[in-house]
Design a protein around this ligand. Structure first.
Ligand code: SF4
Ligand code: SF4
Length: 374
């Protein structure tokens, strides 16, 4: 029950880090030969992992990722090989199991260098699937291998709905201060207006999980479509309470501003869309800043980049070199750059970048992105 309470809290307020205590979690009856899976200490991830793996005998090594999910934490430098090595030694993994293998989430490839992990801890890391829903199928194989489908990050409808509820919870909390300020200084009339706009805005957010079912390609168009019910709600409200009819233009304007804000937020922060708010504002499109280009003289054809691309856009040429297809779909995670030990991937687009990838050394980024990146 306690876990379910925190599960609800972590969904409603998912933008506030809710930490799971770092350490070893034993599932079933693991022994010295049992598998070890690595996870960050984002409460929601560990909660779901425990449910997905409940029929297995294995260990989860929960590594301190500042209470943030592995993908974001890895990009921000909060989940890296040093954190994993620290956890391995702190929780005495070498005494718990007799083998020297750990399975890491593929999304951690943005921040974890497997070679350094092996050198410092003696443990060999292997990438698991991009979505943890594929873990049971992946672990059930005698010879574990990641299929093409497992490389690609999937976000089922239920997960998207969780994200939407998290946005609503967070925005409601942030509106609280406006309610208090308005109530104290301007009177309750303004609170009524803010509350009404909040409801309209909430309707739009809760419809965002349906975006994937809409036919348009451009996210902003889709968001404008899903905001239509909120306009109807405002219209219905002033029809029912004519005393507020004079406020309708302001309600509609405020609702439009909020919808545009959601467009920009969602464009920059979810896996469905490609680029940053800054890019959207500057170019009014959501093309990726990262246009990967291969320097074939340096490439060793190791396929490390191909094996960790969560968008599945890195294929293979007939001659064995990786090919970057559909670069417009790139989500700028830079996992391919992080994993390329040969520094063989360059950026052919403008030397601008979202700037929130801190897991790659500045010198390496400058080489990949061009000197102007500094
Ligand atoms: S090609 Fe794009 S999406 Fe794929 S790993 Fe590289 S940066 Fe990430
Ligand atoms: S990771 Fe680097 S060296 Fe390996 S295949 Fe990709 S580009 Fe080539």
């Amino acid at each position: 029950m306690k876990d379910y309470f925190w599960y609800c809290c972590s969904i409603l307020f998912r933008y506030f880090p809710l930490r799971y205590p770092p350490g070893i979690v034993a599932l079933g009856h693991p022994d010295k030969n049992s598998l070890v899976l690595i996870s960050g200490n984002y409460f929601l991830t560990v909660f779901k992992l425990k449910r997905i793996l409940k029929n297995l005998n294995c260990y989860i090594l929960v590594v301190d990722s500042a209470g943030v999910n592995v993908w974001c934490a890895a990009g921000a430098g909060d989940f890296n090989e040093n954190k994993v090595v620290d956890a391995i030694f702190t929780y005495k993994l070498d005494e718990l199991v007799s083998h020297r293998r750990v399975i890491l989430p593929q999304l951690a490839a943005v921040g974890v260098d497997l070679q350094i992990l092996r050198q410092r801890s003696g443990f060999n890391g292997e990438w698991g699937p991009a979505s943890f829903y594929d873990l049971p199928e992946y672990l059930a194989q005698d010879k574990r291998s990641i299929s093409e489908r497992m490389h690609i990050l999937r976000m089922p409808f239920f997960d998207r709905m969780e994200l939407a509820i998290g946005m609503v919870g967070t925005y409601f909390l942030s509106y609280l201060k406006y309610y208090i300020i308005f109530a104290l200084f301007l009177g309750m009339q303004y609170n009524h207006d803010v509350f009404l706009i909040t409801i309209a805005y909430t309707i739009t957010i809760l419809l965002t999980p349906f975006l994937d079912f809409l036919p348009f390609k451009w996210a902003t168009n889709n968001l404008m479509v899903i905001s239509i019910p909120s306009y109807f709600f405002l219209w219905w409200y002033v029809e029912s309470y004519p005393a507020f009819i004079h406020m309708l233009p302001i309600y509609l304007l405020a609702n439009s501003v909020f919808t545009i804000l959601i467009c920009m937020d969602i464009l920059g922060s979810t896996i469905h869309f490609k680029s940053s708010v800054a890019n959207w504002l500057c170019t009014f499109n959501n093309k990726s800043y990262f246009g990967p280009k291969l320097v074939s003289e340096r490439c060793t054809k190791c396929h490390a980049c191909q094996n960790i691309c969560p968008k599945g856009i890195i294929g293979e040429e007939d001659n064995g070199y990786p090919s970057f297809q559909l670069e417009l779909e790139c989500c700028e995670c830079l996992a391919c750059v992080k994993q390329c030990q040969a520094l063989a991937i360059l950026n052919i687009n403008a030397p601008k970048f979202k700037g929130d990838i801190k897991s790659i050394p500045q010198e390496q980024l400058a080489q990949v992105m061009g000197e102007k990146y500094y």
